[in-house]
Design a protein. Sequence first.
Length: 441
Amino acid sequence: MKIGWISLGCPKNLVDTEFMIGLMIKYGNELTLNPREADVLVINTCCFIQPATQESLDMIVEYSQYKKEKCRLLVVTGCLAQRYGRRLSRLLPEVDLWVGTGEYYKLPELVNSAVEGKESGDRFYLDKPGWLPESGIERVLSTPPYMAYVKIAEGCDHHCRFCVIPRLRGPYRSRPPEEIEKEVKNLVAGGVKEIILVAQDTTAYGIDLPGNSSLPRLLSILERIKGDFWLRLLYTYPDGISSEFLKVFRDSGRLCRYLDLPLQHVSEKILRAMGRPSAPEGISQLPAMIREQIPGMTLRTTFILGYPGETEEDFARLAAFLDRARFDWVGAFPYYREEGTPAARIKPQVHPSTRKKRVKKLLSKQEKISQERNSALCGKKLRVLVEKKYGHGWNGRSYREAPEIDGLVKISPCAAEVNPGDFITVEVTGAGAYEIYAKIT
């Protein structure tokens, strides 16, 4: 059969999708990029926050229209299925199968049975949350061929009061280091130039494994893999930033000097209300401490604005912290009242319009900081991974920019032969808040 796919949400979800595609191909099916050609359509969904839930629902409605054409089966997998599958089935009868986050390995069997009309009548496979891919499954990359995400763990042991992820993905489970090493070796051998390690909390890697497994040890293993590539880390929990961890960065010629630190807030009251273990004193000192130990480190963070109980004083404290910390990149989003979370029961809630205003104000402040950080690079040289043409020039990223969430390096036209996936050296000639302008040296 021809199987069409769409993956929504974060890179961790994308990795799941790529492994599911590989699993279906292993059992004799064929991938199609045209939904009109598909016998089966699979939507891997997200429902981390309300906009993601709405996007997933909209996509289900859109893709259900193809059942009037060739599509014989519409399958919904992922977090939305795990969280709302049984409830939504009454509203979306056009969905033939709901497959939760722990049942992906059953997909070929379930799809074949459903298409042949042999299913038992149960449309729901939602028992245990969170799936780690088995060894031997060849994933099919949906990213550009020069980059790939590698999931090093599944689930989460933190219990932030605004988050549904532990309920949807289960407890923290690390993949064996030898499996990760093998996967990275295969990707590099296939031409991948940027490996991005992801998990709900990458710094917790190995906490559940026997022996001395840890993220620093894993990075040391991956560091030794031969090839022309670099490594990038996302989702590094602030409490996991140890001296051993920073030493790996300091000694590495492979790791991008880039850290993504999801801090969420700096007010002690709000952090405590969120259920975050991070101490505000540690958070306030963390950026300077990291940069002192590793000069040139790029720092990114995210904040939640308008969490229940957040006052103007709390917001002002966060804005003042932004001035001191001088992050290179900042993401911020308004708090969403997620059903079934402890935070949803807190009264009173901050008004939605106030949440949005605070996000806008914070990002406006950060825009000026990002421009200053970028402008400081003028005249300096950067190694850049070329991505695609724009006009007569090229877009690319240096160690400072993660794909899709940060800025870009815009490279002016030149006579040199350049291709996507090439590493080149450029000189910075100018900067904006979200772009760095450069020429090939």
